[in-house]
Structure formats: structure tokens, C-alpha cells
Write a protein that binds this ligand. Structure first.
Ligand code: ADP
Length: 240
């Protein structure tokens, strides 16, 4: 059996004696889209930062492809897009992509980048302009474009839909599903629950530091007897 792209084992984290994550454990199945749901401040970004070794867990930890997340080699097959991503304003779009790919020892194919930009609702002509002339949404799309062009087996995206207009969100969802078809594993956080419901194979729901549900969106809606994920989520956190 192939290694799990991500295994999280009993992660605990506190900030100044305040518990933010308690005993978080789960693992991803290769080729799935997994959505992490939680209110603002629930601990999603903190968890993602621990997976990337950007901050330390208090106890517990994570493995990426059976390699501890604290080992640099674990990130060889991972691309990550942080929340509210904005590349340096002094770089042209293609220059940013060139740098992003060079970290992975990969060469930029500018023609492919332009084609992929269209798939993300980004005008390919702007790749020749400096990021300083981009809108917020365009910067976010450039970050996403880089994450997809790296072509890694695991993508971790922190709130990738936020800041995108509905047309770009629809396109991004299609690109995420196309990447799943190619066998990639995608882990992303969002509070746009309709998007999660549409594309995720499984979800994890985090509240008050605890991951209290892991399963399919359908199972979650059944559990809380609601037709929409949004209503089920609200019911679940009221009950938590
Ligand atoms: P989410 O991504 O779900 O919105 P975060 O992981 O960003 O949540 O934050 C979880 C909680 O931890 C919040 O209450 C936030 O204020 C707190 N927090 C996050 N980073 C820090 C930090 N560096 N120092 C202290 N508290 C923090």
C-alpha cells in the first residue's frame, strides 16, 4: 500500500496557556480532496502551520509520505499556498512562477503557465506584468497557479477560495477536481461550505480545538439531519 500523503498524530498546541488544538489525529487517503472546516479562530491555520513545520506542536506531530514533517525532505512532494497570499510586487508573474518552480528543481514552461492561467480565470497577458499592478484576487490566482504548476502529489491550501469572485471559484473547483483525477491529494481549509460540499470526498470539522467529525459531507449532513452542509455545521457547533 502506498504511504499516506499526510498523517497527523495527536497534535496539541497552546498559545500563552490557551489550548488551540487538542489531540488532533487523522490521515489522508491518496487521491482525495479533504476539506477542513471551522469558524474563524478554530485553529485551522495553526494546524496547517504545524504540518509545514512553520511552528512547533506542543506534542504529537505529522508525517508526510511517511517522513516526519520536521524533516525538510517531507516537503519535496508538497505544494502549499498560505492564506491571503501575495507574491512580491516587484516580480513579474512569470518571474514569480520561475522562482517558485526553481525551489523544486523544476523549469517553468511559460506556454503551459499561460494555458493554466486561463483555467484559473487569470488573464495570461498579466503574467508579463509586475505583481504590483495586480488586484488582490489576481495575486491569489498567481499563487494558486504556482502551486499547481509545481505538480506535487500533495497540495495544502489555506482558504484558497477566499478573495476569489464566483467565476474564479467555479474554475478553481474544476481545477481541484481535475488534479484529483490525476491522482493528487488535496487538503484545504475553507469556511465556504457550499464549495466544500461540492468537491470534497471527506471533511474534518474543528471546533474549540477539537476535530470532532471526520467523514464524508453526506455522513455529516445525515448525522445532523440537515440538507445543507452549512446548516449541519451550525447545528453541530451549537451542540458541541
Ligand atoms: P483559523 O485558521 O481557524 O481561523 P487560527 O489557527 O489562525 O484559526 O487561530 C486559532 C487561535 O489561535 C485563534 O484564537 C488565534 O487568535 C490564536 N492564535 C493564532 N496564532 C497565534 C499566535 N501567534 N499567538 C497567539 N495566539 C495565536
Amino acid at each position: 500500500m502506498s504511504a499516506s500523503p499526510l498523517q497527523v498524530q495527536a497534535v496539541h498546541k497552546s498559545y500563552a496557556n490557551r489550548k488551540v488544538l487538542e489531540e488532533i489525529s487523522f490521515s489522508l487517503v491518496p487521491g482525495e480532496i479533504f476539506g477542513l472546516i471551522g469558524l474563524n479562530g478554530a485553529g485551522k491555520t495553526t494546524l496547517i502551520k504545524i504540518l509545514l513545520d512553520l511552528i512547533d506542536a506542543e506534542s504529537g506531530g505529522a508525517m508526510l509520505f511517511d517522513i516526519p514533517a520536521t524533516d525538510l525532505r517531507a516537503r519535496k512532494n508538497l505544494s502549499y499556498l498560505p492564506e491571503k497570499f501575495q507574491p512580491s510586487r516587484y516580480l513579474k508573474g512569470l518571474e514569480y512562477l520561475d522562482i517558485a518552480l526553481s525551489y523544486y528543481g523544476k523549469k517553468l514552461d511559460a506556454a503551459l503557465a499561460r494555458q493554466y492561467a486561463v483555467r484559473l480565470d487569470l488573464d495570461p497577458n498579466v503574467l508579463d506584468s509586475r505583481v504590483g499592478s495586480y488586484s488582490k484576487g489576481m495575486g491569489q490566482k498567481l499563487g494558486l497557479l504556482g502551486a499547481f504548476l509545481i505538480d506535487s502529489s500533495l497540495l495544502i491550501l489555506d482558504e484558497p477560495m477566499s478573495g476569489l469572485d464566483p467565476s474564479a471559484r467555479i474554475k478553481l473547483k474544476q481545477v481541484l477536481m481535475d488534479n484529483r483525477e490525476l491522482g493528487k491529494t488535496i487538503f484545504f481549509s475553507s469556511h465556504i461550505l457550499s464549495d466544500i460540499d461540492e468537491i470534497c470526498n471527506r471533511i474534518g470539522v474543528i471546533h474549540s480545538g477539537q476535530l470532532f467529525f471526520i467523514g464524508t459531507p453526506h455522513e455529516f449532513k445525515e448525522k445532523y439531519q440537515e440538507a445543507s452542509l452549512e446548516k449541519a455545521f451550525l447545528k453541530s457547533i451549537r451542540a458541541a
